[in-house]
Design a protein. Structure first.
Length: 430
């Protein structure tokens, strides 16, 4: 972990502020600047937990503050504890504790046993920039709160970061959703993670999601989510990579393309390969188009790589997809509020009809992919390889990276797509 102190800046500071905010400092601005207000809040927190109020975010403080990032506290049972008392103490519910601890005997808590206690806030934040560090904390929290979520990894990025995956459901039909192939389109990552949390909560509590009974979806469809395909690139855009050899390498790549803002204009992986033009779906045509536009070497965007699947991230997605029998995929991007549903002359059964349903519930337009972007993408390869429905969903409007102020509207636009993507993958659904 990184030790943080007064005057530090960046996404790690913002995560510290998020944890302090959740711990009760609700007036704290989550601006990523370790100023006087953050210093005071940290000192108060340290003192309240019996730590030396140094105002330095060190390892001991990180351990005590961790539950306010993951959303789960660990409680060692003592004599007299009951689930009702614990729910009151931690401002949670008995049902939430029981969900996180399957098999717990509420009438006979074992002294010395450790319970996972969900805290009162959602695990998935929608008010901070996303980084690979935050996604790891979310994975820890969601799988603790909802043990029926299976977290794994489909591989590693060029820098060795895990490409985190989640599995939810017990159905014989499988679908897969992914986000953030492009670094400065990272707002799509919390879209998928928020949906995962909402869906898991609805299933645990016997509720609905977008009007559908979550238990029915769970039993009929197995959902896989890869929320951060390009962790290195996202970390670069959002400041988690701001020095060192990898940063200097990216900055040198960007210097060869001075018209693209750095790092906000960065879409590629950390080595300058655009992952969504690196798949074996008419890759040579993508190369011809992008080279004609001047992207002939590693670049912040649109460089197709030296050969198909040259990037570790696209290779991981390729292998992950081949290892499963997905009946439908969604690849989340920004921006434009459109649904791209076709690749060349392939016409998978029900593909257009499903796109029309997505259009209906989202207000987005179902369109053909523009020629300049119509080759070597993940969706393109999936359709070519399997002749099954695959979609690129372009969320929001504006300039990438889209601001988090748009998130709530984006999520509401897409919740129907995310649910129908499961429902309409079932045989005979459409």
């Amino acid at each position: 972990m990184r030790i943080l102190q007064y005057s530090d800046r960046g996404p790690s500071v913002q995560l510290l502020q998020l944890a302090l905010f959740r711990a009760g400092n609700t007036g704290l601005e989550l601006d990523g600047v370790f100023g006087q207000e953050t210093l005071n809040a940290l000192r108060r927190f340290q003192a309240s937990k019996g730590l030396q109020p140094t105002g330095v975010y060190d390892e001991a403080t990180a351990v005590v503050l961790r539950p306010y990032l993951t959303g789960v506290a660990l409680h060692t049972v003592v004599r007299g504890d009951t689930l009702w008392k614990l729910a009151k103490r931690y401002t949670t519910t008995v049902a939430a504790i029981e969900t996180a601890n399957p098999g717990v005997d509420s009438q006979n808590l074992q002294i010395g046993s450790v319970l996972k206690v969900p805290l009162h806030f959602d695990v998935v934040p929608t008010n901070v920039k996303y980084t690979s560090e935050l996604v790891e904390a979310i994975a820890e929290g969601l799988t603790a709160r909802y043990p029926f979520i299976e977290a794994g990894s489909i591989g590693e990025s060029e820098m060795g970061r895990q490409l985190r995956s989640f599995r939810l459901g017990a159905g014989s039909v499988s679908v897969a959703y992914n986000a953030s192939h492009h670094a400065n389109e990272w707002i799509t990552t919390p879209v998928l993670l928020k949906f995962l949390e909402q869906y898991a909560r609805a299933y645990a509590m016997g509720g609905t999601v977008f009007g559908r009974l979550a238990e029915t979806l769970f039993n009929e469809v197995t959902l896989y989510i890869v929320p951060l395909v390009n962790p290195d690139g996202v970390d670069l855009v959002n400041g988690a990579i701001a020095d060192g050899e990898w940063y200097r390498g990216a900055r040198q790549i960007a210097a060869n393309y001075p018209s693209i803002a750095f790092p906000s204009g960065w879409k590629a992986n950390i080595l300058g390969t655009d992952l969504n033009v690196n798949y074996p779906a008419l890759w040579d045509e993508a190369k011809r188009i992008k080279y004609a536009l001047g992207y002939v070497s590693p670049a912040p965007r649109d460089f197709v790589g030296d050969y198909p699947l040259s990037a570790s991230e696209s290779r991981a997605m390729y292998a992950f997809t081949q290892a499963h029998d997905f009946r439908l995929i969604l690849a989340y991007h920004s921006q434009g509020e459109v649904i791209f549903w076709k690749f060349q002359d392939y016409d998978p059964p029900n593909s257009y009809e499903i796109a029309v349903e997505f259009e209906r519930v989202s207000g987005y337009a179902a369109e053909l992919t523009p020629t300049a972007s119509g080759y070597a993408g993940y969706k393109d390869w999936f359709i070519q390889e399997y002749n099954l429905p695959g979609y690129t969903i372009e969320v929001g409007r504006g300039s990438n990276p889209l601001p988090l102020s748009l998130f709530d509207d984006i999520y509401q636009d897409n919740i129907g797509i995310l649910v129908l993507g499961m429902e309409l993958s079932l045989p005979g659904a459409i």
